[in-house]
Design a protein around this ligand. Structure first.
Ligand code: SF4
Length: 392
């Protein structure tokens, strides 16, 4: 599907976190599962997206991470120890274990990581696994994930470490960026759980994989590291549930027309037909999470699907699923097409299954009231009556 000469784009934690945030999007699930380069596809469709980190930001992030780990991980483990509640773990020594994780290919590196985790846990000492490789099967597709680091505690528990280049000012990081980091860390934690399940012997009471990840960022715009714990409990539960809801990519692919291809060298019209053959669930959040956002937004707007206006508007409109239906309700017309466009029941508000039937529907009543108030305001402002009435 991605083209005979196109290498697969590996799924990473950022992509899995985005999938978990929008599990109703079969389009993204299929394209990510098939390893399609969505940025190249968006360009070929004529809707390129300025998406992802700049080369400068990537280089800055790599330089900061190298600096944080320059002493073999001792400073990183100290930061973790300092962030933990007092007395929860023994002081780290002057040097921590740092097992060699090199191996051939992602499968080899995953096996080497699992062995290193087992040995470090059995040793009962602080250890830092630098860029371990973890595997997680999502919607029938294996994904290989590479967290910045995993720390093994002397009590046999494991902490995911995320090193980011955005600043932590006065001990607090930007909430949106910290939230994105937590979603990625939750994906790593789920992958670590699959390793923990295969470990012999009883697990610690609260689980082998700790509920908090360590976020390390530059301190107050300096090059010095600052660290804080990120609570992953909610993110882990949500991500586990959402990834479990994803339709298997084989099922989605089976519904494609024969010969459908997403190879970026195909004509734009052919690519558009292939992309449109798979249901999407566009929401404004896609703009920050998916390379196809501009294409899907254009389509959602053209179809009048209210989902492109955001979750709040969508849930506020209840069973009114199109802009046309909402306008008809505001005018007092019968919203005959209100139940159209239910392309994905899982992405709809719970009360959306039943079409609204008239002014007793709360969404319809609110729209009519809003339209009446607007018309009154326009009339009071001196707009001609016909124009004000036309707004109703
Ligand atoms: S931009 Fe399109 S393909 Fe990407 S997640 Fe949103 S709806 Fe799905």
């Amino acid at each position: 599907m991605r083209g005979p000469d196109v290498p697969p784009r590996p799924l990473d934690a950022r992509a899995l976190a985005a999938l978990a945030a929008n599990p109703g999007c079969r389009r993204r699930a299929l394209l990510d599962g098939a390893g399609v380069d969505k940025a190249a596809l968006a360009r070929a469709l004529g809707t390129p997206a300025a998406f992802g980190q700049s080369q400068f930001a990537i280089a800055r992030g790599n330089a900061f991470e190298a600096r944080v780990k320059a002493d073999g991980g001792t400073e990183l483990v100290r930061l973790l120890h300092a962030a933990l509640p007092a007395g929860q773990a023994p002081e780290p020594p002057d040097a921590v274990d740092a097992p060699d994780l090199s191996a051939a290919g992602p499968e080899g590196r995953t096996a080497r990581t699992a062995l290193a985790l087992r040995e470090a846990t059995a040793a009962g000492r602080w250890a830092l696994l630098d860029h371990p490789m973890l595997a997680l099967t999502v919607a029938g597709t294996p994904a290989y994930l590479e967290p910045d680091a995993v720390v093994v505690h002397p009590d046999g528990t494991w902490t995911v470490v995320e090193i980011k280049s955005f600043a932590m000012i006065d001990g607090a990081a930007d909430a949106a960026k910290a939230g994105a980091a937590a979603r990625q860390a939750a994906v790593y934690a789920l992958a670590l759980e699959t390793v923990a399940e295969r470990l012999p012997g009883p697990a610690p009471e609260d689980g082998r994989v700790r509920h908090e990840a360590l976020l390390v960022c530059p301190k107050d715009f300096s090059n010095l590291p600052a660290a804080a714990l990120l609570d992953l409990r909610k993110q882990r539960a949500t991500t586990r549930r959402q990834l479990g809801r994803l339709t298997r990519v084989e099922e989605i692919a089976a519904a494609l027309p024969p010969g459908a291809s997403f190879a970026p060298d195909r004509p734009a019209a052919e690519l558009t037909a292939a992309v449109e053959a798979v249901d999407a669930a566009y929401a404004p959040d896609c703009l920050a999470a998916c390379e196809l956002a501009f294409h899907c937004r254009d389509r959602a707007r053209a179809e009048g699907d209210v989902r492109h206006l955001g979750r709040n508007v969508r849930s506020g409109l209840g069973g009114l699923t199109t802009v046309e239906a909402a306008l008809a309700a505001a005018r007092g017309d019968h919203p005959s097409d209100a139940a159209e466009l239910p392309s994905d029941a899982s992405d709809r508000p719970s009360h959306a299954a039943e079409p609204p039937d008239g002014p007793e529907d709360p969404a319809v009543a609110a729209l009519r009231r809003a339209a009446a108030l607007r018309a009154e305001a326009l009339a009071a402002a001196g707009f001609p009556k016909e124009e004000a009435d036309a707004c109703r």
